[in-house]
Every structure is written in C-alpha cells, then in structure tokens.
Write a protein that binds this ligand. Sequence first.
Ligand code: ADP
Ligand code: MG
Length: 495
Amino acid sequence: MNAFVETTNLARASIKSPLVMGYEVVIGFETHAQLSTQSKIFSRAPTAFGAEPNTQACAVDLALPGTLPVMNKGAVERAIQFGLAIGAHIAPKSIFARKNYFYPDLPKGYQISQFEIPVVQGGEIEFFLGEQKMSVRLERAHLEEDAGKSLHEDFIGQTGIDLNRAGTPLLEIVTMPDMRSSAEAVAYAKELHKIVTWIGICDGNMQEGSFRCDANVSVRKPGEPLGTRREVKNLNSFKFMQQAIDYEVRWQIEQIEDGIAIQQATVLFNPDTGETRAMRTKEDAADYRYFPDPDLPPLVIADEWVQRVRAEMTELPRVMAQRFVNDYALSEYDATALTQSREIAAYFEAVAKECGQPKLASNWIMGEVSRRLNADELVIAACPVNAVTLAALIARIADATISNNAAKQVFDAIWNGEGSDVDALIEAKGLKQMNDTGELEAIVDSVLAANPKNVEEYRAGNSKALNALVGQIMKGSKGKANPQQVNDLLKEKLG
Ligand code: ADP
Ligand code: MG
C-alpha cells in the first residue's frame, strides 16, 4: 500500500446497513473522469469542449485506414496521480484492449480500453457520511478513449455524428459493491469528485460530461448473496444521483415483492419524470470480444516515473486534513469540511495564520462565511470578506473587544460593502464591549437591587433565575457587556 494514505476497512465492517422495507441496498459505481489533457489519448487533436462539430477529429479519431494510435504520456501521468492519491497499486505493465461493438459514433468499430490488466489497481476512498467515517474500496481505474456523439436534436428523420469527443482520454474508476445507501453513494461521488479536481486531473464539470457516474444498484434481504444489478446512467448532478438511486431501489423492491425477478439491464434516469427506464439489456464482457490491441505496446511504467510523479504531487485533501488536526487542534470532522476544496483550505489557513485563532477561524468559515456564500451562490474566491479582514475581525473577538454577536454585525457590514476596516466599523457602530469593570459593576448592582425576587430564587437553588438577571444586565449595557464577565461578576456577588 501507498505511504500517502493509511487504509482501514474497520470503519465499514462496524457500520450496520440501513434497510429499505426490509431490504439491504448494494451499490457499486463506475465513473468516467475526462482527463484534463490538451490533446487526445491516442492522437494530437485538441480536446477542448464546445467546438463546431467534427473540427477536432483528426485522421486517427476518424479511424482512417493506415492510421495508428500513439499513447499520450500526459494521460498516463494523470492515471498515476490518481492511483497515488487513493493508495492504489500502479501496474508496472498494463495492457490496452479492444472492446468491440458497433455504433455510428465509434468509427473504428471498437473502443480502445483496458481489460484484464488495468493501470490502477485497488485503493480506497474515505469520506464522511454526516459524522460517520466511511470507506469504499476501488476495484480498478483504467485508461480508455471516449466515443463520439450522436446528435438527434437538430435533425429531423436523421442523426448527426460529431466525432470531436472521439479519442478524448477517460479514466474509468470502478468501485467494489461497497455502498449501502443512496446517501452513501452521493457522499462517495462527491469525495471522488473532490479528489480528481483537487489533484487537477479532471475539471469535474458534470454538465459538460467531464465527470460521469453510473450507479450499479441491487437489493437483497440481509445475509443473502448479492442480487441482480441494474446499471443507472445519466446521473449528471449529485441531486439526480440520489433521486435516481432512490427510485431504482423502490422499483426493484416492488418487482421482487410482486414475484418478478430482476433482469440485468442498463437503465436511463429521466430527470423530468424522476424515473429510471430500461435502455437495453446489459451486455456481458464476452459480448465485447475483448482482445489485446495489436497496435499498442504494453504500457510500461517504471518505478522512477511513479516516484517523480509522487514528488511533484500537491498535498492531498486527507493529508492536509490530518495536518489541520495536528497543527491547529481541529476535530477530524472540521478538518475534513475545511478541505472540501483547495480554495477553502487555503482561505482557512490564511485566516488561521493571520489571527492565530484556528478554532475561531474554522467556526467562522463553516458558519457565517459558508452560510453567506451559499445564500449568495458565491464561491470562496468571490468572498467579499477576504482572509486578512476576517482574521482582523476574529482577533477582535479573541481580545474581547467585541462579542460574537457584534462581530456578526461587522461581518454583515463588510459583506454588504460598508467598508473593510474592522476597527473603524466597530467604532462607527458603537459595538465595543464594555471592558470597564466599574461601569459594569454599577449596572449589575442596580439590576440586583431592582430584581430581588430573581435573586431570592437563585439563592434558593433555581439556577435559571441567573439567566433572567444576565438578560437584564445585558440590556442595561445595551448589549455591550461581555456575557462571560457578567456571569462571573454575578456569581461572585450572589455567591
Ligand atoms: P461489468 O462486467 O459490467 O464491468 P463488474 O462486475 O465489473 O461488471 O461490476 C461493475 C460495477 O458493478 C462495479 O462497480 C461493481 O462494484 C458493481 N456491482 C457488481 N455486482 C453488483 C451487485 N450485485 N449490486 C450492485 N453493484 C454491483
Ligand atoms: Mg468490470
């Protein structure tokens, strides 16, 4: 196993599967991640999205006679990066195979893929489902070329063929059937998405098809062998993914309850109806007549190459999260949330270093900052409160100049464009906490004198009576007293 990640299956073994109507749900994922190379996997044609049809397909992509594929080193390097990121074995020698089938958008009549010996083998992906740590084992990840596209919409009684996408490099990432709920499947897919975009091997754009997930779904009674699966395609958002799996699970259970056996099939999710519908019965590997591609030599990856890629790799999210736990004393849960993207992690580190208050920084980023970003549909790069400003604000909470509530007012003011000088805003809004104990004491004394009943109740053992007094004092100070200081003073006086 790779030194990058410590793997454990203990987490999975100790989790009880949630049941749906008495059935256990079993899910395995196949994800096609489009690799972010400039050119195609076996030709020099560009891979950019959205060009005029058939302007980015060269002779190799068109399968003209006499053309030969040449391996793109950049695609292999990205596969190695992925393998290292998930603690997989990088095969020193893997083989390209022809997967034979007929389709108009596949001019060669076969797709070049990897079959028996894929480049990335094993590995594991860990993530949180709520506060529960989960892990999903990967079976493999292999390199392959994409097919072209059939265009049905712009033609009446005809189909257009666009071969721009033909030969685009894909990494197909296949899990073991380890997932036990739609929520777990979505959490896995989000984590995988995070990893491939974090290490920069895929742009992750689900709408443009750069990250395509197929969910293999089956159900069984607990303890029974695996049920027959159906493969659900067309899950181009995390929301649809969950809907589609939930629908599919209910459909399969209803069939079984009605005494109808599930047929292995490929089904398509229709986001308009929220239903899945059989597209074709599922082919078996034998139908594809796989055989090694005689046009391509085995893919040989020397250990030095792997080491070089490893040395150049960016710090991985899980490693960074662990560092946040160690260096900033954050919980594993908080550290994971803060490493949901490189941008958020960088923002957190900048704030934490600047103000020296990592826990407060973490709370603020996961609280106010996230809340406002979500509400305004902004990404962190467009956050109106930059790291230095947030750090200045947090420093004023830490040195007791302002309360947390007052800080929220300052934060909102900065967000709304009222300025970015924290101290000036505190001054202008009169939010400074009362740090003059003499002044505070006078308020406390007058509140105690005016509320003898509460004082009596508190002394009789009703600790709630204290809250009423604190409330009065805060009001008396126009919210500027430090609640902790008020509490301490009160206890001292009533004690
Ligand atoms: P294929 O021959 O179609 O590639 P595989 O056996 O390689 O089939 O599995 C493809 C995917 O389906 C994998 O992600 C695997 O985990 C998943 N899978 C296999 N069997 C089941 C099952 N019974 N229920 C759910 N998922 C399954
Ligand atoms: Mg398979």
